[in-house]
Ligand binder design. Sequence first.
Ligand SMILES: [Mg+2]
Length: 340
Amino acid sequence: METASLRIQEDRIIEQIKRRIPSAEAGDLRLGIGDDAAVIRTRRGEWVVTCDQFLENVHFVATRQPADSVGYKALTRATSDVFAMGGRPRFFLLSMALPASRTGRWLEQMISGMARAARDFGLRLAGGDTARVERDISLNITVIGEIETGWVIGRAGARAGDGIYVTGRLGGAELGLRLLNRNGTMRARDRALLRPHFYPRLPVEFALWLGRKRMASAMMDISDGLSTDLSRLCARSRVAARIYARRIPKVSVPKALRNDPKFDPLTLALHGGEDYGLLFTAAPRHAKQIPARLGGTQVHCIGEIIAGSGVMMVEEDGTARELRPAGWDHFAVHSRRGER
Ligand SMILES: [Mg+2]
């Protein structure tokens, strides 16, 4: 009896998900939800495949985050990595474990947020799995994207002389997180400041444009903070970077917070994670073709690749210093979202 009722509950959840998130069996999704596995017809080209987990009390605190934001952000984080390779997101698989207390209204809202992200990114749900746990929500998402053969943009292609570019403003998500941690709760008057943390926007149109134009020599998304992610890109390409503090597009910090060193815009922009903008490099011959703005996304050149190793930053006053990676690190001692 127990098993049967759990099974029926699971079927109900799957039906609920199918109704809301695009998942129709059509075109190259030959077989979707409801069988043992999905069947996807391949066209020419290659698949870009990535997975990402979004865990309660590791990546988010459920009592401090709207349920629809949990769904939106879980899918956004996972999809960001497909855009960062130059790919076009197509399908995703969702595995989730939920406590019984989260199967009602919370689940309905979570699905609604995830459905919005799926529409924004052109994704269809191909399958997944559900389980009940005693506590702590877990969302595990695999995203599959497509790309022309040989067109993938990895992290290893940056060369001395290339420009270094970022999309969007940096530090907005970290500002939201710090406000949330400081106040211990969502305050209505902070709504606009919390948005980049709860609902990060991916540079969808610009990412697809860049993928088609093949101008980037190396690319990744900024998930753990510019200082950390640029260091990774440089290490992978065996080069160094020189960036300029004044050229970095920084989050604008409200007046009331400006004297608090925890809300210094440059620190937030350099080390804050989860903005999910793109970090890419391009040869000087492409500099004039890269737009300053496309599809609502701002693009800034913040420096250049040089020979050597490490990241050098030129301060506003012209002095140069080494920039050490100080962004998000899951295995560092401070690494719990709520304590950071
Ligand atoms: Mg990434």
